[in-house]
Design a protein around this ligand. Structure first.
Ligand code: LLP
Length: 409
């Protein structure tokens, strides 16, 4: 099934030659975030729609271009759990990316938006799901990844004459918080390498062909060596399966969130992976990033509702909180916060930026340095494009922030 892919491989394009025509010159990466340049437009949107997430279409395209410049990578599937806003999906569809889905809901959404999409561009990676989801998943997705042995034991008929990929646990996770490290003894994902001979046996008995190995070790990773290690790890098991031709080395590509954090050097990563490719010319490499493609393209805008001083602490309250962006509460994630109304004014106060939700954890930013801030000012919470709206809720019956898009000119 996959040989033809190797035949017309266009480095970094994902899915054949059409993409390169779209790629053009390397993007100029400005050091200053896009939202500084587009402040007026953002303030206008905030005036009409705050609280709201705003996605910058041009930044979505730029992020995709950066990922697609990894010429060592054959295919890039966007993990839509990070954001499934229609404009986000359309931007990546136009760029020629595939889509990684983890539920029937996500698969159906992709089909709804792109009814004619080649199933080759859909990867289904479910975890602990019932038999029906695999059966339905094979109908949508060109590629299905098994996350354990049990489905082959329980429902061999579902996998008869299917091509499958198998997720392997490299034993050590990485990422910005323990909840997002998806390998190692504490993690529910994948099969341990010792179980691979049994996977091979069960797959054969079921009449399935294992064509690929997969590992995704975590999220928000800024250590470049991670993906080369994953590739080497998976390659070391490839020969246990006579038909394995591809390695999916996962997503997890981080973007700097903490002050002083250093961005991933994708060019250097590419060089390392090209070396790997030389040593393993028979294996294709796939990736499935979410955050890297959308985090920086999205911001959350919210007006200041009330300011309170209690003891030595100053609280700046805004219209929305963990119901829109749960990452700070859930992972202690760091999101830069600026006062967009007073951008450029000296930061002379320190404040806790909090939402209106009835939980002490409803804090979007601790000890934030801000200019003297007043009720009605618009605050901007940065790198909110990934896992913002998709993880939001209507807790306290407060609807989460809506979504807007700044179109490309
Ligand atoms: N592939 C698999 C199998 C995954 O489980 C995930 C994310 C991805 C790819 C994409 O990972 P990314 O490139 O976006 O890091 N809610 C957390 C992140 C959880 C990610 C879950 N799985 C956060 O907000 O940091």
């Amino acid at each position: 099934m996959h040989n033809h892919l190797l035949g017309h491989r266009t480095p970094g394009t994902g899915f054949g030659p059409t993409y390169h025509a779209l790629l053009g010159e390397p993007p100029v990466i400005s050091r200053s975030p896009w939202w500084r340049r587009k402040r007026q437009a953002l303030l206008q949107i905030a005036g009409e729609a705050s609280p709201c997430f705003v996605y910058d279409e041009a930044s979505l395209h730029e992020a995709a271009e950066q990922m697609l410049r990894l010429s060592a990578i054959d295919r890039c599937f966007y993990a839509i759990k990070a954001s499934h806003h229609p404009s986000v999906l359309r931007a990546f569809y136009q760029k020629g990316l595939g889509f990684e889905c983890v539920s029937l809901g996500e698969l159906e959404l992709i089909r709804q938006h792109f009814p004619k999409l080649d199933p080759e561009r859909i990867l289904f990676t479910p975890n602990f799901v019932p038999q029906k989801e695999y059966e339905t998943g094979f109908g949508y997705a060109g590629h299905v990844t098994l996350d354990g042995i049990r489905p082959l034991e329980l429902w061999p008929e579902t996998f008869a004459s299917r091509h499958i990929m198998v997720r392997v646990d490299p034993g050590r996770g990485h990422g910005h918080h323990r909840h997002v490290r998806t390998a190692g003894a504490q993690s529910k994902f994948g099969v341990v390498p010792e179980a691979l001979p049994r996977v091979a046996h069960l797959a054969k008995r079921a009449g399935a062909t294992v064509v690929g190995l997969h590992a995704h070790v975590g999220s928000g990773i800024l250590q470049r060596e991670t993906w080369l290690e994953t590739a080497r790890f998976l390659a070391s098991f490839a020969e246990q399966f006579s038909q394995v031709r591809l390695l999916n080395i996962g997503g997890g590509f981080g973007v700097p969130e903490h002050p002083g954090a250093v961005a991933l050097d994708l060019d250097a990563l590419n060089s390392e992976l090209l070396e790997f490719r030389k040593a393993h010319p028979q294996l294709s490499l796939w990736v499935e990033p979410g955050r890297y493609l959308v985090a920086e393209a999205g911001v959350l805008l919210a007006r200041v509702t009330q300011i309170k001083k209690k003891g030595n602490t100053r609280y700046v309250g805004i219209e929305t909180g963990m119901n829109s962006l749960i990452r700070p509460a859930l992972y202690g994630a760091c999101h830069r916060i600026v006062n967009l109304s007073r951008l450029g004014e000296p930061c002379t106060i320190t404040a806790e930026v909090v939402g209106p939700i009835c939980e002490t954890g409803d804090t979007l930013g601790h000890a934030q340095r801000l200019p003297p801030t007043q009720e009605g000012d618009v605050l901007l919470i940065a790198t909110a494009g990934a896992y913002g709206r998709t993880m939001s809720s209507d807790y306290n019956l407060r609807p989460p922030a809506t979504e807007r898009v700044l179109r490309r000119r």
